[in-house]
Design a protein. Structure first.
Length: 550
């Protein structure tokens, strides 16, 4: 093979290697993770196959394809593992990265395109999008939207038809597709003199689908549109651009102070705007391909600004993936036709590798956060299943019970029918017993609430129970007694208040706070039987001795 041909295929071989490396990294980081947060709304609240199941909005978004995909995966593979949805997410992330490569390659060549692709694949500050399959909605809109922009560049009938279909799919993934419709409109109008307006059907079909959905279903969703949000939208847009610049440049990951991260990105954004002004001064003509991407970015950030609410700030993790991609695409358009020498490419490669290294640390931090949520999820669900004989249908895994705000969509009435049909993602009892202490402790709290364990405090019974049927806990609470299901009486002698607590799977603490009772009283503890033969352990913290009678 001659040197010229070797050099021409080298970036493509490296691209293949990077895609393989990214696949291994994403699968490794996602290994063992389970369903998280909003995914439970798909799994439990959208059972059946009615129109409402697919067309009802989720957080104001149209989510037809994500719901259909989730249902397909569950029907085929069951619910015992989240691996199938992680595979689907990773495949879509890889396709998106390849589309970024194609877009940048058309403007700057394969080597800069390869560097841009690496930045997108390992964008640690956007770890939610890379490691949480629920974000398939945004990734799907991004993937098909990018493909739509590339199809429009064919400027032929086949490309226009493909673009129309791709934009419709982008909108059916999420409302993010509307931003790409803005880009398609600008493309059509930008080429109207040469190609006419017959191509208006490309954005019109997608926007028509969205309008029909909005009139039928979307208008019922909660909206945060307000005059305040509209007035302050320029600030939001600047903050969002700063956050995305910080993410793609590695500045976000370099800052240990989260409050200071936006300012680092903003400082770099100011520098980039200055360079853009210099470029326009030297070369006033801007490539036509810049405007559709710029319109997509503007539509995305301003629509997000208009609907700003808690959890949807400009610096939100989930916005950074799309924002970073748009920044890279606009930069490629503005630099279109530029050719970097070998030295410049080597310097750029070294910078990208450094950015990737620091961003990957953010990716690992995100994985650790999801691992903790997986521990809590599988532990709490195991506790619910152990308590299934007596659990109330309206029992909900609220944050104070489950230890996590990500399980508020899980209630007993919805959970158990789905588990019976599709399998369980919960720990088995043995897996729960072997799990880290955090999971075991919160499982005890869930069990106490789900069974539920009841307590009643009253005066000492007369006559007192036969001492032969009781056991004594010495003063100070240094010991614990094994108790089983049924009613247990705790008799407290004269003295100050006493505190009663329980544990079952936990070993280092007593996470279930039962009651605080005065001296010279009796606490009746009622523990319903459940599906586990594992005993409970009772601790009484008191200055006086206590007698425990079963």
């Amino acid at each position: 093979m001659d040197a010229t041909r070797r050099d021409s295929i080298a970036p493509y071989l490296l691209l293949a290697a990077v895609l393989v490396l990214a696949t291994v990294a994403l699968l490794t980081l996602g290994d063992g993770l389970t369903f998280y947060q909003d995914t439970w709304a798909y799994l439990l609240d959208r059972t059946g196959f009615s129109a409402d199941v697919f067309l009802s909005p989720h957080n104001e978004h149209i989510v037809v394809i994500p719901v259909a995909l989730e249902k397909l995966l569950v029907e085929v593979f069951g619910m015992s593992s989240a691996l199938p949805e992680y595979l689907a997410l990773d495949a879509m992330l890889l396709v998106t990265a390849v589309l970024v490569f194609v877009y940048v390659k058309r403007r700057l060549g394969p080597w800069p395109a390869l560097l841009a692709t690496v930045l997108v694949l390992f964008l640690g500050p956007a770890w939610q999008v890379l490691l949480w399959p629920f974000e398939i909605a945004l990734v799907g809109s991004t993937m098909t939207g990018l493909a739509m922009l590339l199809a429009l560049e064919r400027e032929d009938r086949r490309g226009d038809v493909a673009a129309c279909v791709l934009l419709a799919i982008s909108i059916l993934f999420s409302s993010l597709g509307v931003a790409f419709a803005a880009g398609a409109l600008i493309h059509v109008f930008g080429h109207r003199r040469r190609l006419g307006l017959r191509r208006l059907y490309v954005p019109a079909v997608g926007l028509g689908i969205y309008a029909a959905w909005y009139l039928g279903y979307g208008h019922d969703a909660e909206s945060h549109l307000s005059a305040h949000n509209v007035i302050h939208s320029p600030i939001f847009v600047a903050e969002g651009l700063s956050a995305s610049v910080g993410a793609v440049s590695g500045l976000t990951a370099l800052s240990d102070n989260p409050a200071g991260r936006p300012y680092l990105g903003f400082a770099l954004l100011v520098v980039l705007v200055g360079l853009l002004a210099w470029r326009l001064w030297r070369h006033p003509r801007i490539p036509a391909s810049f405007w559709p991407t710029a319109a997509t970015a503007a539509a995305f950030w301003f629509l997000a600004a208009f609907n700003r609410s808690p959890g949807r700030e400009a610096q939100a993790n989930r916005y950074m993936h799309f924002g970073a991609i748009l920044i890279l695409l606009m930069a490629a358009d503005l630099l279109r036709g530029a050719r970097l020498g070998v030295r410049a490419l080597l310097v750029a490669a070294a910078v990208v590798l450094a950015i990737t290294a620091v961003n990957f640390d953010e990716l690992e931090n995100g994985r650790d956060a999801l691992k903790e949520q997986t521990l809590l999820t599988r532990s709490d669900l195991a506790a619910m299943e152990i308590a299934s004989r007596t659990i109330a249908p309206d029992f909900v895994l609220s944050p104070e019970v489950s230890g996590s705000p990500s399980l508020i969509d899980v209630d007993a009435a919805s959970y158990f029918p789905v588990v019976r049909e599709h399998g369980s993602p919960a720990y088995t009892e043995q897996e729960l017993a072997d799990a880290p202490e955090l999971g075991r402790a919160w499982a005890d709290v869930v069990l106490a609430a789900a069974l539920p364990i009841g307590t009643a405090t009253g005066p000492l019974p007369q006559p007192l129970p036969d001492p032969g049927s009781c056991r004594t806990l010495p003063a100070g609470g240094g010991q614990a007694l094994r108790i089983g299901p049924g009613k247990t009486e705790v008799l407290l002698g004269k003295g100050p208040e006493a505190t009663l607590s329980l544990r079952r799977f936990a070993v280092g603490e007593f996470p279930v706070n039962l009651a605080t009772a005065p001296g010279d009283s009796m606490v009746l503890v009622d523990i319903p039987a459940d599906r586990s033969s594992r005993p409970w352990w009772l601790r009484v913290e008191a200055s006086q001795a206590a007698r425990v009678c079963s």
